[in-house]
Design a protein around this ligand. Structure first.
Ligand code: NDP
Length: 242
């Protein structure tokens, strides 16, 4: 149960982030839902309220780094701490040979997938440390290590994210905070449809099927640190049952 916990989820307007936000709220957490699309956030708010939970909506472009700092300040003012961070927002960039990638596409992909997550750490680490058992979960991809042709911006950004979170995990190792990464695996979302337009979305699991993995890493009892978990691996399932 996450009753009275405060959980921030980025990319909560759709896809994996929206499913995780719903699950956290269902377990009793107050969800701070961040994304740009107000309509998606409002639909999430309706879903959460209908299920008896509560949320605060934060329409924010995560490349507005000063906005991330302001958000940290607002969370401090209201709650004095942050129990759970789910840094899920991400973009695919372009599927294209490296030599054809537009510089803006490269910069945007790094901005959302890497720099925004560093700015979240920078703004929220003091608040996670104020929580009795702060838990930070970042969302990576198999593409961080499986370096497929034409997936350059995305692969590089997720590899950098894993280095970022691994570094952060070492810095907090002696505190009560834990930071880990989840690789969701292929999941039926808008991003996956953009990456694999020929694929039948119905052949993929719904994002709701990932909720248990996120809830597990968000719990105070989960004390691993600096690890990458494949949400659908046998290793992770065994860990959840332990
Ligand atoms: P979606 O495209 O469905 O959702 C992405 C979310 O990120 C949206 O809520 C979007 O909100 C938000 N977002 C994107 N850019 C910004 C921005 N500049 N500021 C604020 N929010 C932003 O993708 P998924 O749900 O599939 O992806 C979620 C995570 O899972 C990503 O990190 C992705 O890399 C990872 N992943 C996904 C896989 C899959 O198969 N789906 C596989 C492996 C990893 P909005 O547009 O409203 O701002």
């Amino acid at each position: 149960m996450l009753k009275d916990k405060v959980a921030l989820v980025t990319g909560a307007s759709r896809g994996i982030g929206r499913s995780v936000a719903r699950a956290l709220a269902r377990e009793g957490a107050h969800v701070i839902a961040v994304a740009r699309t107000v309509g998606g956030l409002e639909e999430l708010d309706d879903e959460i309220k209908t299920a008896g939970g509560s949320a605060t909506l934060v329409p924010l472009d995560l490349t507005d780094y000063a906005g991330i700092d302001r958000l940290g300040g607002a969370i401090y003012e209201r709650w004095k701490r942050l129990d759970i961070l789910v840094a899920n927002a991400g973009i695919l960039g372009a599927i294209s040979p490296l030599g054809h990638v537009e510089p803006k596409t490269w910069d945007d992909t790094m901005a959302v997938n890497v720099t925004a997550n560093w700015r979240l750490i920078r703004a929220l680490d003091p608040l996670l440390r104020q929580a009795p058992a702060g838990r930070a979960i970042f969302v990576t991809s198999g593409a961080a290590r499986n370096l497929r042709a034409y997936w350059g911006p995305y692969s590089v950004s997720k590899a950098a994210l894993e280095a970022l979170v691994g570094t952060y995990a070492n810095e907090i190792a002696k505190t009560d905070v834990r930071a880990n990464l989840i690789n969701p695996g292929p999941t039926r979302t808008a991003m996956r449809a953009k990456a694999m337009p020929g694929e039948d979305p119905k052949s993929l699991p719904h994002a709701d099927s990932l909720a248990e993995a996120f809830l597990r890493l968000a719990s105070a009892e989960f004390t691993e640190n600096g690890q990458v978990f494949d949400a659908r691996s046998a290793r992770f399932s065994a860990l959840c049952e332990a």
